[in-house]
Every structure is written in structure tokens, then in C-alpha cells.
Design a protein around this ligand. Structure first.
Ligand SMILES: [Zn+2]
Length: 89
């Protein structure tokens, strides 16, 4: 959420976390555009799809033996490491 991309230099900033960088952006902040999928309506419909289609699958498997939860917001290397540990490879 809040991701903005510059249509001149392609730099990506976040409207919540990079307030200062947005103000000082060399191309001018008018070039920073929000992506369409950051639009609230799209986020809500994704959430709806998650609740209807993804959540039931999660509920099903999370009750099974051998289920492991991994934080998908971590760095890819960290996720890979955790998966490796679980699979004992
Ligand atoms: Zn720029």
C-alpha cells in the first residue's frame, strides 16, 4: 500500500514511509504516480478473494500434522533458510 513510482526515473517510493524523499525527489513529486492496484477497491476485492479462496485452504492444511508457518514478509534468503530447515535439506 502507498507505493508510488516515478514515471521519469522509475524510482519507487512509499507515500507513508518516504515522505521526505517524495518532497525532495529530483524529478519533481508530480511525476510520482500511485499504482492502480494500490487503489482501495482493488485491495478490498483481493482481501475478499483471500477470505473466500485462500483462507479455506490455509484452514484445511493448518490443522494437518507437519504444517509450518513462515513469515512471507521476510527477505527471500531468510525464507529459503527457514524452508530448508523445515525440509531438513
Ligand atoms: Zn524521478
Amino acid at each position: 500500500m502507498g507505493r508510488m513510482t516515478c514515471d521519469k526515473c522509475n524510482m519507487t517510493l512509499n507515500e507513508f514511509f518516504n515522505k521526505e524523499e517524495i518532497e525532495l525527489h529530483p524529478c519533481g513529486k508530480d511525476h510520482l504516480k500511485k499504482r492502480e492496484d494500490d487503489n482501495n477497491e482493488i485491495v478490498m476485492s483481493r482481501y475478499d478473494i483471500y477470505m473466500k479462496k485462500t483462507k479455506p485452504v490455509l484452514d484445511f492444511y493448518s490443522n494437518k500434522e507437519g504444517f509450518h508457518e513462515i513469515d512471507g514478509s521476510l527477505k527471500i534468503d531468510e525464507i529459503t533458510l527457514q524452508i530448508s530447515h523445515i525440509l531438513e535439506v
